[in-house]
Design a protein around this ligand. Sequence first.
Ligand code: NAD
Length: 361
Amino acid sequence: MASQTPVLIGADTLETLVANIFVANGCDGAEAGRIAHHLLGANLAGHDSHGVVRVPRYVEWQQQGFVVAGQQAEVVTDGGAFALLDGHWGFGQTVAPQATALGIERAKQHGTAVIALRNAGHVGRIGAYSEQAIAAGLISIHFVNVAGSVLVAPFGGTERRFSTAPFSVGVPTDPPVVLDFATSRVAEGKVLVASNGGKALPPDALIEPDGRLSGDPHTLYGEYPPVGPRNPSNGLGAIRAFGEHKGSGLAFMCELLAGAFTGGGTSGPVGERGRIANGMLSIYISPSHFGTEAEFKKTAEDYVAWVKSCRPDTPGGEVLAPGEPEARLRAERLAKGVPLQPDTWESITRCARSLGVTVPN
Ligand code: NAD
């Protein structure tokens, strides 16, 4: 699909509209605000795939009872420096920040904490949880999977076996370093954005059942209308794992740690089709408890500067640290507004009107 000229919507306007949509769909104001803030935050960071483009699908999931408003993460096992939480299919934007807050609290007590979260509704951009830990001065590592969502072919295969299983590490330097990516060649949301006329996919991002490589969203979604929700179970192909056998191996570990270990389940075989949940195994580390904080920060910040001083591979190019592209875009989009593909904006406004929510002009 040809790329379309984006519409520019002010960040506040968009956040208010999304919050109003979720209030109209049955969330209380605080939860609707958290969902809106998180989705908008993904757009501001440049991860449009995990931003407001998700609104119609989230609304549909809530209406179908796949995700449940007003849930709290329940502590199932409490070992002090470790805990297992069940999100009970609550909104990820509610239960994942709760799990992260518990990890922060426990790491502040014990120096480290391991928090396993299962059965969370879609938790969105994982870097947000690394940033939550960074704000508390902590290092964090997050292995995540999507139980019941099988989208990605393993290295050497053509059939779906993994979820897009994201992974994130946050380091509280100044500025912070935040690595956050899907272990698939592209996040599913990037296929969604491309199907809405947004940024095209790399031509080898997807794989057809016969092994042909593809950059066409139809490989994942099958036939779909120009506007409206997409269903990845309609397509016959798969997204490829990133980084050949290495990325495929990291995805494997995310499924084992965030899916099997937490008890939330792996990407498949899929049982209750359509209902997906994130699992997240997080490790929190407090440098101050290790007695290394000052030295660690200095060494790390010097190192970041040295890496960035590397000669660029192209004239005018620049070496960036993980998290830098997001920080730059955030500043730009807060000032100028959030660019949305017209089809994305259309599907959000259509969703709003269907719930009786007024759409700003
Ligand atoms: P991506 O491929 O854009 O990679 C992003 C990472 O690469 C960031 O850490 C970024 O800082 C770094 N980066 C980008 N350009 C860089 C450069 N030039 N130099 C140095 N570092 C650079 O991310 P993605 O795989 O498309 O994932 C997008 C989002 O999707 C992530 O936020 C992820 O958490 C989210 N996601 C969530 C789920 C879920 O189930 N909740 C599933 C998959 C993905």
